[in-house]
Design a protein around this ligand. Structure first.
Ligand SMILES: *Cc1c(COP(=O)(O)O)cnc(C)c1O
Length: 389
């Protein structure tokens, strides 16, 4: 049986995969069993942040795997301790909880917020307010947080205690806060799955001011926007704000599973022994990979991410068949005149991998270190495909 046949027979049908079987790659190029090469503008949905199997990352991972791969959280190991130190030092947060995915990082943030609110107010203050069109994960609790009804169908009842507000409306936050006892506001500064929609900085500042005034916690979901994606280490840094909690995952370890929840001084002691845990959380190999990724996210790389983001905007804005371009750094959304599913399919046929997002958006999340000439070549393919009638 072929790879595709095996997959179709034995893997649950949750993914509608494209007709390509990848075997290996290097940097921003992937190779398929069809003998073709593909320029990668998706990075495995913002995960392979330094490209496919970069040398330094291979060294960091293999060095760790030769020493030990897992001990459980009953014992101390170096890679997670060092990663937590780096994350805290580079952000100002005080404590980190490690998990294995974005959804788990958000679950931890929600638990922390609820416990904090219960301790400082009372246990009725459990409501978490998220935004319409948001995406926070696929577990039943993070689905409840996700403000897109299409993901909720067939899975009711979801975890109670979540209310969705329209983005850009402080009035709605006021109305919700008057009606419910709120523990936290949780947002993505740039909604990713929701169509690469950056929130207006003025709104985000008002939301933070409002939260501060009412002693409501702020959580920023940096699962997709984090780890250099927007040209800053975390997207909140573009807004000049400091959330109480941030969560991250996707690109942090450059392609190995990891999640992280960062807590500020208010929350650093909210968890006590036994409150939370994860068997694989802080896995030494994932953390060694993340330590390498963090070492590569320098001011120089961030300037490069910003510059390449500008190149994408300049190349695509106003091109035939392209209606608008949104996003920040190397997180870009493109509204195409042609149906986005056709655009992605034809880009694939022409050797370029792209993603989609809600509202028919073409989403680009290339590796942070994609070579400029490869990027420009791939943008040429996108422009040709979009210009077709
Ligand atoms: C992908 C994503 C998640 C979920 O991450 P998983 O690792 O798939 O659980 C949560 N929030 C945002 C903003 C995301 O983009």
């Amino acid at each position: 049986m072929s790879i595709t046949e095996l997959d179709k027979q034995y893997i649950a049908h949750t993914y509608n995969r494209f007709p390509v079987e990848f075997t290996h790659g290097k940097g921003s190029v992937l190779y398929g069993t069809d003998g073709k090469e593909y320029i990668d503008l998706g990075s495995g949905i913002g995960v392979t942040s330094l490209g496919i199997s970069p040398d330094g990352w291979i060294n960091a991972v293999t060095e760790q795997i030769m020493k030990l791969q897992h001990t459980s959280n009953l014992y101390y190991t170096e890679p997670d301790a060092l990663l937590a130190k780096t994350l805290c030092e580079r952000t100002g947060y005080k404590k980190v909880f490690f998990s294995n995915s974005g959804a788990e990082a958000n679950e931890c943030a929600i638990k922390a917020a609820r416990k904090y609110a219960a301790q400082t107010k009372n246990s009725e203050h459990y409501t978490i307010v998220t935004l319409n069109n948001s995406f926070h994960g696929r577990t039943l609790t993070t689905l409840a947080a996700t403000g897109q009804p299409k993901f909720h169908e067939n899975f009711q009842p979801l975890t109670p205690g979540f209310v969705h507000a329209t983005a850009e409306s402080i009035y709605e936050l006021e109305a919700i806060t008057a009606k419910y006892k709120v523990a936290a506001f949780m947002i993505e500064c740039i909604q990713g799955e929701g169509g690469v929609v950056p929130l207006d900085p003025e709104y985000v500042h008002e939301l933070f001011d409002f939260a501060k005034y009412h002693d409501i916690l702020t959580i920023v979901d940096e699962v997709q926007t984090g780890n250099g994606r927007t040209g800053k280490l975390y997207s909140y840094m573009n807004y000049g704000l400091q959330p109480d909690i941030i969560t991250t995952a996707k690109g942090l370890a450059g392609g190995l599973p990891i999640g992280a929840t960062l807590l500020n001084e208010k929350l650093q002691d909210v968890f006590e022994y036994g409150d939370h845990g994860s068997t694989f959380g802080g896995n030494p190999v994932s953390c060694a990979a993340a330590n390498y990724v963090m070492s590569q996210i320098t001011d120089e790389l961030m300037a490069d991410v910003a510059k390449k983001g500008e190149i994408i905007k300049k190349e695509l804005t106003g091109a035939p068949g392209i209606e608008s371009v949104t996003g920040l750094g190397l997180m870009v959304g493109v509204k195409t005149t042609r149906p986005v599913s056709d655009v992605v399919k034809e880009c694939l046929q022409n050797g370029v991998l792209c993603l989609t997002a809600a509202h028919g958006i073409l989403r680009l999340l290339p590796a942070l270190n994609i070579p400029e000439e490869l990027l420009i070549k791939a943008l040429g393919v996108i422009k040709d495909v979009c210009a077709k009638q």
